[in-house]
Design a protein around this ligand. Structure first.
Ligand SMILES: [Zn+2]
Length: 196
């Protein structure tokens, strides 16, 4: 029987499409590459009720793996903030965040990590995983332990390994092309410039 809190990949995709977080067409990315998809997670995070629903499903996966109790949540600002906050609400946990200072992530505002305190690291989108790795290092450096990483979307194409269980609602590997090799250009489909 399907749990009310769980969401299938199709249901997650539907939420991303309905909020225009996921656009399908012909796009020029900031890198100059062309793609048939454009993803902007902030478009879904602008709806707290939907964010809570997505994070509730993510929390369910963490709980099912037996890692949901006696944990706190930490996220890298900005994107991870809303996911961390809603994930912590669903897990009835504490939520803190790390933020950029002089190009690196640090804990500020009086946030403390207890000795042996167990954390789930929350992120909106994992691409190369650098911000998650930095956050893991902050927890361990302060004497805490990281038991899992949880993200709404994994765009790494399976290239990241955090050394702990990695929960994500959706794996999305973007298909990109050099402009000269783009089949959508060849087909004469108009090019869009999202986010501009
Ligand atoms: Zn193109």
């Amino acid at each position: 029987m399907k749990d009310a809190a769980s969401l299938s990949e199709d249901e997650v995709l539907t939420i991303f499409r309905q909020t225009s977080a996921l656009l399908e067409g012909h796009f020029e990315l900031r890198s100059g590459l062309h793609s048939d998809r454009y993803f902007q997670c902030a478009m879904v995070l602008q709806y707290p009720v939907l964010t809570a629903r997505l994070c509730g499903a993510l929390a369910e996966r963490v709980r099912t793996a037996g890692l949901g109790s006696e944990v706190s949540v930490i996220s890298p600002a900005m994107g991870g903030l809303f996911v961390g906050h809603e994930l912590a609400r669903a897990m009835e946990a504490r939520s803190i965040f790390a933020e950029k200072q002089d190009e690196r992530l640090v804990l500020r505002r009086g946030f403390r990590i207890g000795a042996g305190e167990r954390f789930v690291v929350a992120e909106d989108v994992v691409t190369r995983g650098g911000r998650v790795q930095e956050t893991i290092a902050i927890v361990r450096g302060a004497g805490g332990a990281v038991v899992a990483v949880a993200a709404l979307v994994d765009r790494s194409g399976g290239t990241v390994d955090f050394g702990v269980p990695f929960f994500r609602l959706l794996k999305m590997t973007p298909q990109t092309w050099m402009p000269a090799e783009c089949p959508l250009c060849r087909a004469g489909i108009p090019l869009e410039h999202p986010g501009s």
